[in-house]
Design a protein around this ligand. Structure first.
Ligand SMILES: *Cc1c(COP(=O)(O)O)cnc(C)c1O
Length: 392
């Protein structure tokens, strides 16, 4: 019988390895660059750690199992995973990409991939018919759902039907929900991306990235690329990820429960002009999320009445920390226009509604009362200052 994802985060189904490692409960860190050969043509299965390392391999097996893939590859960062994935394309290839993506991905496409002869059409994959943009040289559709930071939701199964009809790869960056809440490969995607730095690592202490695939031919190309370009995750960082993933389920549940309560609290504030959280019934993607995910995640974006209000919130928060990134146990608040999305062209920012009044929260697993008390206090003091004309 197949195990639940909560258990799979803690136990790999095939645990024969334990015998080899003196029964260690925690998987050992193989801090080695190279491996001894017993003789010519004989190998332990490991030759050099750029190609493979037992600790990294153990982590990759866990990720493949969580995402229902046939293979997973662990990279030094999310961006190195995406950059290595882009190497499967050739000059002249065309990709359709979602308009509202992680800023670093847009920067990679605009500056590195374009230079390598790959062209892009950027569109709102949640709502537009992507068929309009498919050309003879189109090779893939690349999305995030929900998107960063505006939480647009795309129906993965419907998009995968179009992708299959035109023989395109469907690539889904699943960082925001983690495999605990969503499995794009099971909905028809061909490649799943993760920034392991976020929920999988979960503690804001390690950078990592993953590619997972359900296709033998893609897995083979990716294995060739990782060995050739060399961005594989280091043994110690692999171990930190293995350790982080053990608590993925319990962290995701707690963070989501906090996020729901914060979203509901924000909706009632006069100074808040919009709350974008896919777990709210008024969110346009709510129904699709109910079908394709097991949860709504813990990322939420909101808009306040003015730029001054946004800046004052960022200045006053203490327990909630003003920092980039997401997915850790700590609640972080981000200012997309100057941080994550600083390099995104202005017209795209405007189209996506990413203004100077927009703030993003990565809700952590602190006590909810402490989080709400802090927000209450910050909003109250900001309101008093701005509306009495005082400056802090
Ligand atoms: C952070 C992030 C990335 C990049 O990952 P790094 O680990 O920072 O390189 C890619 N996609 C999404 C959605 C992210 O949030």
């Amino acid at each position: 019988m197949s195990r639940s994802i909560t258990t799979k985060c803690i136990h790999l189904e095939d645990e024969d390895d334990k015998i080899k490692h003196y029964g260690a409960i925690s998987y050992p860190i193989y801090q080695t660059a190279t491996y001894v050969h017993e003789g010519v043509g004989k190998s332990t299965g490991y030759d050099y750690s750029r190609l493979q390392n037992p600790t990294r391999e153990h982590l990759e097996k866990i990720i493949a199992s969580l995402e229902n893939g046939i293979d997973a590859l662990a990279f030094s960062t999310g961006m190195s995973a995406i950059a290595t994935l882009m190497e499967i394309f050739k000059p002249g290839d065309h990709l359709i990409v979602d308009m509202d993506l992680y800023g670093g991905s847009i920067r990679l496409f605009d500056n590195i991939s374009k230079k390598n002869g790959i062209t892009f059409t950027s569109t709102a994959c949640c709502c537009e018919d992507v068929r309009k943009y498919i050309m003879k040289n189109t090779r893939a559709i690349y999305i995030e759902t929900p998107t960063n930071p505006m939480m647009n939701v795309t129906d993965i199964a419907s998009l995968s039907k179009i992708a299959k009809e035109y023989n395109l790869l469907l690539i889904v960056d699943n960082t925001f929900l983690s495999p605990y809440f969503q499995n794009p490969l099971s909905l028809g995607a061909d490649v799943v991306i993760h920034s392991g730095t976020k929920y999988l690592g979960g503690h804001n202490d390690t950078l990592a990235g993953f590619l997972v695939t359900s296709r033998e031919d893609i897995a083979e190309q990716l294995r060739f690329n990782i060995k050739t370009t060399g961005a594989g995750l280091a043994p110690f960082d692999s171990w930190l990820l293995i350790r982080g993933i053990k608590t993925l389920a319990i962290r995701m549940e707690k963070a989501q429960s906090n996020a729901v309560q914060i979203a509901e609290w924000l909706e009632k504030r006069k100074a808040v002009t919009k709350v974008v959280y896919p777990g709210l019934k008024n969110h346009p993607g709510y129904e699709i999320m109910c079908r394709q995910s097991r949860g709504f995640g813990a990322m939420l974006t909101f808009e306040v009445e003015s730029k001054e209000f946004a800046l004052s919130v960022l200045e006053k928060v203490k327990l909630i920390q003003f920092a980039e990134s997401l997915g850790g146990v700590e609640t972080l608040i981000t200012y997309p226009v100057t941080q994550t999305h600083a390099d995104v062209p202005k017209d795209i920012l405007e189209k996506n509604g990413i203004t100077e009044c927009v703030l993003r929260l990565s809700v952590g697993i602190e006590d909810i009362d402490d989080l709400l008390n802090e927000l209450e206090d910050v909003f109250e003091r900001t309101g008093e200052e701005l509306h009495s004309g005082k400056k802090s």
